[in-house]
Design a protein around this ligand. Structure first.
Ligand code: EPU
Length: 418
């Protein structure tokens, strides 16, 4: 447990406008993609968060250059890659670091990486990544705890993914861009971050078709070139602010949110009794007087994002009736339930389902952010808890949310870092 904490005095209705930052998960994928070329790449709308800093260190451990010339711009250059294996101490902290495997294998014919770490939310195997590389002709071995993939030349293949893994799809997509022939990925993930990466790769000269559907076709090309790419808005940050409006009975305009990426959340907020107005460049969310219990299921996109499951559970502690929260993506993403209980929520979990009886008056106390989204759920709960809530281990929130405390304060919340 680290001592840095958020101190929240609950009870403020949030009002005003908040601007969404660039997507965390789209940024780390785009950073890995720059390994495909020996030329300059520029990423715009990059969030200033811990995971981007970690990923920059991963890139530097490979010999790539990473500069931040402005607050939301990153310049990357992977001309002089000196290693095909990112530093282990970084990999164990950031699951996304495994995404360097695909581009390194495609460009240099070899890549090695430890089992990646990251949030404790389930078993998180990497079998679909490895099976895909093998299908493209790579030889996979395990040495000293490292996964090693080698191939003189990757060749196009038909790959069936056992599970539509997001990082798995991105890894295979990047590897296939430089393979000989065409690769078809069946049962691919369809998240907006996949579409964002496909757009970037195509701008680099790749031929990726079908992104956003469950079948991707990638025609291999001989070489790619550098590009400038704008990161899409963070739908998970936008969703978190939408829920903040709902839980505090406030009225927030989430500027820059892409409503198309948030369909499932908007549908559920509507069912709960929260008014959502979709606009061209954002969404306005106004909390109602009476919230209704609902059933939610966290599933792959376009279903409700697993990353919004815990924030939604916080909201449902304030809804009238019994809500069921089913987590269908990860096998251990309900650990926050114990922390919500400390605040007085009537919630129990059994397996991958949480059952919430509401509304429960929450009362501030000390709790721990167990991962980035569990931490967000506690911030949301703290906003409505009576008295003072102290949230420890805020480094998890720093990893995924750009200065969430400042953004909430600007909306009228009483939250400070201590
Ligand atoms: N899975 C396998 N085999 C694999 C890979 C995954 O069985 O080879 C299973 C996992 O065990 C899990 C499910 O597939 O049960 C989903 O995992 P997925 O691979 O899709 O997740 P991920 O790619 O590791 C990304 C995001 C997560 C987000 C998930 C699901 C990044 C850096 N991370 O993880 O984001 O929850 O997709 O949408 O893109 C977060 O932002 O807080 C976060 C954890």
């Amino acid at each position: 447990m680290t001592t840095e904490r958020f101190v929240i005095e609950g009870g403020c209705r949030l009002q005003g406008r908040v601007a969404v930052s660039g997507s965390k998960n789209a940024t780390v994928a785009a950073m890995a993609a720059t390994l495909l070329v020996p030329e300059d790449c520029c990423l715009e709308n990059v969030p200033d968060i811990g995971d981007v800093t970690f990923m920059a260190q991963v890139m530097e451990s490979l010999g790539a250059r990473v500069d931040r010339p402005g607050p939301s711009t990153l310049h990357l250059n992977a001309e002089k890659v000196t290693s095909c294996s990112p530093a282990t101490e970084l990999v164990v902290n950031l699951r996304a670091s495994f995404q360097v495997m695909g581009p390194l294998l495609a460009r240099f014919g070899k890549a090695a990486c430890n089992q990646p770490g990251g949030d404790v939310i389930g078993q998180r195997p990497i079998d679909v990544h490895l099976a895909g590389f093998a299908a493209m002709g790579a030889e996979i071995s395990r040495e000293d705890g490292m996964y090693l993939a080698q191939a003189k030349e990757l060749r196009g293949a038909r790959i069936f993914m056992d599970y539509p893994s997001v990082l798995g799809t991105q890894n295979l997509m990047m590897a296939a861009t430089l393979a000989k022939g065409t690769t078809t990925i069946i049962n691919a993930a369809a998240e907006p971050e996949i579409v964002g990466l496909a757009e970037m790769l195509n701008r680099m000269g790749a031929r990726v078709h079908g992104a956003g559907s469950h079948t991707l076709e990638i025609e291999g090309v001989d070489s790619l070139h550098g590009t400038t790419h704008r990161i899409l808005p963070d739908r998970l940050e936008a969703g978190t602010f939408a829920i903040a409006a709902a839980i505090t009975g406030g009225d927030i305009y989430v500027a820059g949110a892409n409503c198309h990426h948030l369909c499932s959340l908007i549908a559920k907020l509507d069912e709960v009794g929260v008014a959502v107005e979709e606009r061209e460049d954002g969404l306005r969310v106004a909390g109602g007087d009476r919230l209704r219990a609902v059933t939610i299921q966290a599933v792959p996109y376009p279903g409700l994002a697993t990353d919004l499951q815990a924030p939604m559970a916080a909201l449902l502690t304030q809804a009238e009736g019994v809500s069921y929260v089913h987590e269908r993506v990860f096998d251990n993403r309900l650990l926050y339930v114990g922390e919500l209980r400390k605040l007085g929520a009537e919630v129990i979990s059994t397996g991958t389902t949480a059952i919430i009886s509401g509304p429960s008056p929450l009362v501030g106390t000390s709790v721990r952010a167990l991962d980035v989204r569990a931490g967000a759920a506690l911030v949301l709960a703290g906003l409505v808890a009576r008295g003072r809530t102290e949230i420890f281990d805020v480094y998890h929130l720093n990893r995924g949310y750009q200065r969430i405390d400042e953004k909430l304060r600007a909306l009228g919340a009483s939250i400070r870092r201590a």
